[in-house]
Design a protein around this ligand. Structure first.
Ligand code: UN1
Length: 498
């Protein structure tokens, strides 16, 4: 591996592309071809994070005092630039994260949707007025920015997740320090370039790349940073929430999932299989809304298994840049090792490995982090593969005697992010909607995804703080201030109101 001709990308602090204080960079490679270095990125430390937070603090008053419709104009401009650079952005995701190009295009579209939605908020940003109980008094609420916000994002949606935090945070008037996952800084650089080109004032959006533990902790600990929006593992999110609580820092943490699909006997089996396969193996299972469990009613279990194996065997594994590829490599060596370890654990625990489970070899497979789509049957609820988030192309299958049994299995995990049921029976569907423990509930649709104008997030160990996206995003990224104006000056004393 040679890095001599590789471009070294920089941090973006106070409107200038700068090197890290360490003077060091680290390489990022393509997961489908791990000898191909796609760039060198700054190895930032705490001092860089603090410099970025100071730059944000200096830029804050100017941006906070910019009228929201004028802030929106910058977002609309960013949207236009992203539309122009659409192909480049999608290709960047695929060479850096590995997901199939069609998925990467979907991801860029999603980022555009949130920027558009957040920009529209520039002409709303509603508070409310209400009658006061005091004579001659006007009472209303107004929104103010939180201040400097740390944006800490994962590698699996390296454009969309940053966009769905950054766009609502900007429209609310905050100044940001953006710390992307160390594995996907290239997508982050491109996203920041777009906001720079759109004319965002210097210091409003700062980027620092490097190891999460050092840079992320510096942001959590710095009194300059007022709030953190985080997406990542439940372990890191829990620590971040605990340390932020000590200094009363507002936190939104979007974490893991162990999402289940319930398949009832009356369902449209063909449609259900499509949704389950897409949910389990699309994006190589590396999304927090992936389907990692399927709970099948006894009566159709055998037929389902036969078709599941048949359809999974037709999936094409390969480089995400090839148009006909369904399942691409894991995003990194680390991910690859974790998933292979879980496949080993499942086998040792006594589950039946009925499909896949191997890393193919020869040709392109020797160059990347490939693992076959993998299915375990005979899974017991207390097994680790039934309880822990694997974040890879591994589906576990359970049997249920009926709806009640299936919901019990679905709820018997510490996570509660997304869920799905396939049935044509409205009564059973509503029983499910009312009792399943998940922040997002789908009927006759996969566990995946969501629309940007609806809230995204989970229950239990899947998330804490306000939901992302939807109107809730603006609730998280703003403070609500309550205003009372006594326009007769002294009404309150006279009337002796409390
Ligand atoms: C999606 O499922 O389309 O990290 C988005 C994640 C989630 C985002 C998932 N926060 O996978």
């Amino acid at each position: 591996m040679t890095t001599s001709e590789t471009t070294a990308y920089k941090n973006f602090i106070g409107g200038a592309w700068t090197t890290a204080d360490s003077g060091k960079t680290y390489p990022v490679t393509n997961p489908a071809s791990n000898t191909t270095v796609i760039g060198e990125f700054q190895t930032s430390g705490a001092s860089d994070a603090l410099r970025a937070a100071e730059a944000a603090k200096s830029a804050l008053p100017g941006w906070a005092n910019t009228p929201a419709p004028a802030r929106a104009a910058v977002l609309f401009k960013a949207l236009e630039i992203m539309r122009r650079r659409f192909d480049e952005m999608a290709r960047t995701i695929t060479i850096e994260e590995g997901k199939p190009l069609a998925d990467a295009q979907g991801e860029v579209k999603r980022a555009m949707n949130i920027i558009e939605y957040a920009a529209g908020e520039g002409r709303r940003m509603f508070g409310y007025t209400t009658p006061s109980e005091i004579p001659n008094t006007v009472a209303y609420t107004v929104r103010r920015p939180l201040g400097v916000v740390g944006i800490i994002t994962p590698w699996n949606f390296p454009i969309a997740i940053p966009a769905w935090k950054i766009a609502p945070a900007l429209i609310c008037g905050n100044a940001l320090v953006f710390k992307p996952a160390s594995g996907t800084p290239f997508s982050a650089v491109k996203l920041v370039e777009i906001f720079e080109e759109a004319g965002l004032p210097p210091g409003v959006l700062n980027l620092i790349t490097g190891p999460g533990s050092v840079v992320g902790n510096a942001l959590v600990e710095s009194p300059l940073v007022n709030a953190i929006s985080f997406t990542g593992s439940t372990e890191v999110g829990t620590d971040l929430y605990a340390s932020s609580a000590r200094v009363l820092k507002k936190v939104q943490a979007e974490m893991g999932g162990k999402n289940a699909v319930i398949l009832l006997a009356d369902a449209d089996l063909d449609k259900a299989l499509g949704g389950i396969i897409q949910g389990a193996f699309g994006s190589t299972g590396q999304r927090c809304t992936a389907t990692s469990r399927v709970i099948v009613e006894d009566a159709i279990y055998d037929e389902f298994m036969e078709q599941l194996i048949d359809r999974t065997s037709k999936l094409k594994l390969g480089n995400g840049m090839d148009a006909d590829v369904d399942v691409s490599p894991l995003a990194s060596k680390n991910q690859y090792d974790t998933v292979m370890e879980y496949i080993g654990i499942g086998t040792e625990e006594g589950a039946d490995l009925i499909f896949g489970g191997h890393s193919p070899s020869g040709g392109i497979f020797d160059e990347g982090y490939y693992i076959e789509p993998t299915i375990f049957a005979g899974v017991e609820q207390d097994m680790r593969i039934a309880q822990e988030e694997i974040f890879g192309p591994v589906l576990t299958v359970f049997r249920a005697s009926g709806l009640e049994d299936a919901i019990q299995i679905s709820n018997n995990v510490k996570f509660g992010l997304s869920s799905s049921i396939y049935t044509k029976d409205l009564t059973q569907a509503f029983e499910y909607i009312n009792t399943v423990e998940a922040g997002m509930v789908h009927v006759n649709a996969p566990t995946l995804g969501g629309e940007v104008h609806l809230p995204f997030g989970g229950l239990k160990s899947s998330g804490v703080g306000q939901r992302e996206q939807g109107v809730e995003a603006f609730d998280f990224f703003s403070e609500v201030i309550t205003v009372y104006i006594d326009h007769a000056a002294a009404a309150r004393q006279q009337a002796r109101f409390i």
